[in-house]
Design a binder for this molecule. Structure first.
Ligand SMILES: NC(=O)c1ccc[n+]([C@@H]2O[C@H](COP(=O)([O-])OP(=O)(O)OC[C@H]3O[C@@H](n4cnc5c(N)ncnc54)[C@H](OP(=O)(O)O)[C@@H]3O)[C@@H](O)[C@H]2O)c1
Length: 243
């Protein structure tokens, strides 16, 4: 069988790191995107499969996409996972509300969490169509309710990312490309605030944080043949927090 290829944004830690590892362990080639340089401690690929790119720098995104296409060498892309995200907070870890959020924070959050996702998919749609690929966008429980730690720009970006997922699912499915979203709740990564674990123990029916590996498993499912008729869905990975 020919090797399948994943392009994953935000692979340097957290959910992205667990996702890269799972796909690699299942025989996929994993091409990663993040601001940091490739770390030789990562067990998958090598520097030649890592694109160092700031997704918030929209003016340079075209160059980054050209670089990714060069690494694909005109071959198909079987999955695009838009996982990179930022969630700016106050210095003490508390949330940024409407009254606290400056314009440059709005721009940075929307560019990284939303706009770059649309532009990346636009730039790679030919490769995705050739691979009958799957796109997974990482939204958040904060996109559907006010969250004690996630700020307003983050929440608005994730709500819009779900809308973008719906648009992509409609527009790309005739090309053979499925698009879905996964919406994590409280997952144990560096993006959390200090109070998140105690919050999860009180508010989440399963009474604990989720793990990056549990999120990665759902992303893997959506990119597999097992999900071949799943398109335009948002899967909740939150221990029942949304009920
Ligand atoms: N953890 C949770 O509880 C939770 C809940 C709901 C949703 N999510 C979502 O899940 C996704 C992953 O979150 P996480 O918790 O794993 O976060 P994380 O540990 O903070 O990791 C974020 C990743 O995104 C990359 N990244 C950030 N800004 C970037 C930029 N401008 N350009 C390129 N890459 C960038 C980071 O790499 P570099 O620093 O190297 O650039 C890093 O690999 C995010 O979209 C987040 O919103 C997480």
């Amino acid at each position: 069988m020919t090797q399948r290829t994943l392009l994953l944004t935000g692979a340097s830690r957290g959910i992205g790191h667990a996702t890269a590892k799972l796909f690699h362990d299942n025989g996929w080639r994993v091409i990663t995107v993040s601001r940091q340089a490739f770390s030789p401690r990562c067990p998958w690929g090598g520097a030649e499969d890592h694109v160092q790119l700031d997704l918030g720098d929209i003016d340079r995104l075209g160059e980054g996409i050209a670089d990714i296409r060069r690494r694909l060498d005109d071959g198909p892309l079987h999955a695009l996972v838009n996982n990179a995200g930022i969630s700016p907070k106050q210095p003490d870890g508390s949330r940024l509300g409407v009254l606290d959020t400056p314009y440059d924070t709005w721009l940075a959050v929307l560019n990284v969490n939303l706009v770059s996702t649309a532009l990346l998919a636009k730039g790679l749609i030919g490769s995705l169509a050739a691979g009958k690929g799957a796109i997974v966008n990482v939204t958040s429980i904060a996109g559907s309710r006010v969250h004690p730690y996630a700020g307003v720009a983050y929440a608005a970006s994730k709500a819009a990312l779900l809308t973008l997922t719906r648009e992509m699912a409609s527009e790309f499915a005739p090309l053979g490309v499925r698009t879905n979203a996964i919406s994590p709740g409280e997952i144990n990564t560096a993006i959390l605030s200090p109070g998140n674990a105690a919050f999860a123990e009180r508010q989440v029916p399963l009474r604990r944080l989720g793990t990056p590996a549990e999120v990665a498993a759902t992303i893997f499912f959506l990119c597999s043949e097992a999900a071949s008729y799943v398109n335009g869905a948002e899967l909740h990975i939150n221990g029942g927090q949304h009920v």
